[in-house]
Write a protein that binds this ligand. Structure first.
Ligand code: ADP
Ligand code: ADP
Ligand code: ZN
Length: 214
């Protein structure tokens, strides 16, 4: 199964993608997590990506595509994957379609997690991230068992640099101008499905499972 998660920053793509990956036994591929891991390790790619990410801008398509096409070569992708945060622009979506077509493949679903902008800033300011394993929490909506510590791996949680309200606003602008057009793109391909992302985490997941099948 090949799935794309669409939705504004903070809509809950990562949260749902992790649950999908667990249930359907496919890898969760988050370009944001890969960039953050590279920044943490101080790689060349990380250095290049950081300057864009800190401003709330997208990393250029060329860099992003190189990274994701490389990731697809990993044998764990043989049974599909859930993509979280990729594609984010029309050229990225076109490159993905072309790469799949070469092997006679297509994605199965593009799941749009719908959350209005008004809800996003609250979600982001309460988000806490684990840079070690990629888990995300929320101080109110998805708290950890011990404050500030990742339930999954025990690392210390951080408030992401780009989750400050000013940067979130910029990211929402970028989302509307560069990523939202993908909704049309996947509607035309007959792949788009929508879920109401304002429900609680489990209710959103139930809606997704109804679509994907148990
Ligand atoms: P969120 O979880 O809020 O949607 P991500 O972790 O997916 O954020 O992405 C964080 C940042 O990483 C983005 O704001 C952007 O700078 C960069 N990024 C992630 N994925 C992509 C992509 N597919 N294309 C370009 N930039 C990306
Ligand atoms: P995205 O990957 O789309 O940027 P995340 O999955 O990281 O979004 O979620 C953003 C923030 O909102 C996190 O703090 C997360 O714990 C919280 N969150 C995710 N889904 C929900 C939900 N359905 N209701 C309330 N809060 C949520
Ligand atoms: Zn962790």
């Amino acid at each position: 199964m090949k799935i794309i998660m669409l939705g504004a920053p903070g809509a809950g793509k990562g949260t749902q993608a992790k649950k999908i990956a667990d249930k359907y036994q496919i890898p969760h591929i988050s370009t944001g997590d890969i960039f953050r891991a590279n920044i943490k390790e101080g790689t060349e790619l990380g250095k290049k990506a950081k300057s864009y990410m800190d401003q709330g801008l997208l990393v250029p398509d060329e860099l992003t595509l190189e990274l994701i096409m490389d990731r697809f070569q990993n044998p764990d992708c043989a049974n599909g994957y859930v993509l979280d945060g990729f594609p984010r622009t029309i050229p990225q979506a076109e490159a993905l379609t072309a790469a799949l077509e070469k092997n006679g493949e297509t994605i199965d679903y593009a799941i749009n997690v719908e959350v209005p902008d008004e809800n996003i800033v609250t979600r982001m300011s309460g988000r806490r991230a684990c840079l070690a394993c990629g888990a995300t929490y929320h101080v109110v909506y998805a708290p950890t068992k011990t404050e500030g510590v990742c339930d999954r791996c025990g690392e210390k949680l951080v408030l992401r640099d780009d989750d400050k309200p000013e940067t979130v606003k910029k990211r929402l602008d970028v989302y509307h101008s560069q990523t939202q057009p993908l909704i049309d793109y996947y509607t035309k391909q007959g792949k788009l499905v929508e879920v109401d992302g304002t429900q609680n985490v489990d209710a959103v997941f139930d809606a997704i499972v109804k679509i994907l099948g148990a």
